[in-house]
Design a protein around this ligand. Sequence first.
Ligand code: ATP
Ligand code: LTN
Length: 337
Amino acid sequence: MATTNVPVTRVLSGIQPTGQLTLGNYVGAMKNFVKLQHEAECYFCIVDMHALTVPQDPKALYNATLDLARIYVAAGIDPNVATIFVQSHVPAHAELGWLMECSSYIGELGRMTQFKDKSAKQEVVTTGLMTYPCLMAADILIYQASHVPVGEDQRQHLELTRDIATRLNHRFGDFVTVPEPYIPSKAEGGRIMALTDPTKKMSKTLEDPNGNIYLMDPPKVIMNKIKRAVTDLGREVVYDEENKPGVSNLMVLLSLCTGQTLDEISAKYDGYGQFKKDVAEAIISVLEPIQQKVEELRAPGVIEEILAKGADKAEAVANRNLAVFRERFGLVPRRRA
Ligand code: ATP
Ligand code: LTN
């Protein structure tokens, strides 16, 4: 993990409830959420307001929000250790989001690759899709987070968050923590590629579902998808991102699911058959317990209770920090009548 030597003290990250979570989301981001909860004060949110930047079916969004919360817990985030909450339950995020919109420039927002990619796919482009990184900056800065665990695709948004934080510190005097990215290298899972096309990122909204392993995929489906995964010419199992992107991607998954190094994996196989079978089995053995736990967490009221407590904890911190931003910007504090 390429990180600076800034101590990890406070962590925030979020995932959008925009469909079924993939193995990319798990190894790129969530696996680090689980790890970091024991090292720092952690806030993990379900960024439902970010999901609204492209059209969502209300019922599907509602269910995906609760399911994502269940997956957080099932994957090992302990709600008694880290704070798990829904972004829209803490209105201070949206309020600070406005201040961030007034602290960023249209030019820099228009340069964001995610905006360019996603707007190209939409018939109409919402204003929210463009100002999306401002709300993300608010999510992070409102907790004065020192580190943000995400996958490689979010690096540019984090750079923008850092630019905004630095800008505010210059304008109003040092008061915002400039957050550090916490991003795995590609070989450590920072960018898992689609199984059907290793030039594309595995992603919830990928057109071809066979390119993704979904966290809730049954074992048989996982086995089939891995068997059909695009491999490269030749039969050597070697890590070579450029010439063997398909095999390299599967090697990363096997390494992350079993703890073996890429060299150990490379030495072990001399063809794709057994290799692919082992990749599928390793993924299944990681996902099966998570899937079981998700089902247990469907008991009525359980996840709602966790989210209620999480929102209370997050809100207390967010409101306290929001007051500091308001004061620096010159907004008059409300006096209760
Ligand atoms: P969407 O298709 O809706 O953009 P997504 O699958 O890209 O969804 P996000 O909700 O945008 O997922 O991202 C959640 C987290 O997972 C982020 O930290 C993101 O960087 C990480 N992530 C997403 N895809 C991958 C991937 N293929 N490899 C590694 N990390 C990933
Ligand atoms: N933009 C991120 C989701 C996201 C996020 C955040 C990540 C919203 N707010 C705050 C880290 C910190 C994405 O598309 N994956």
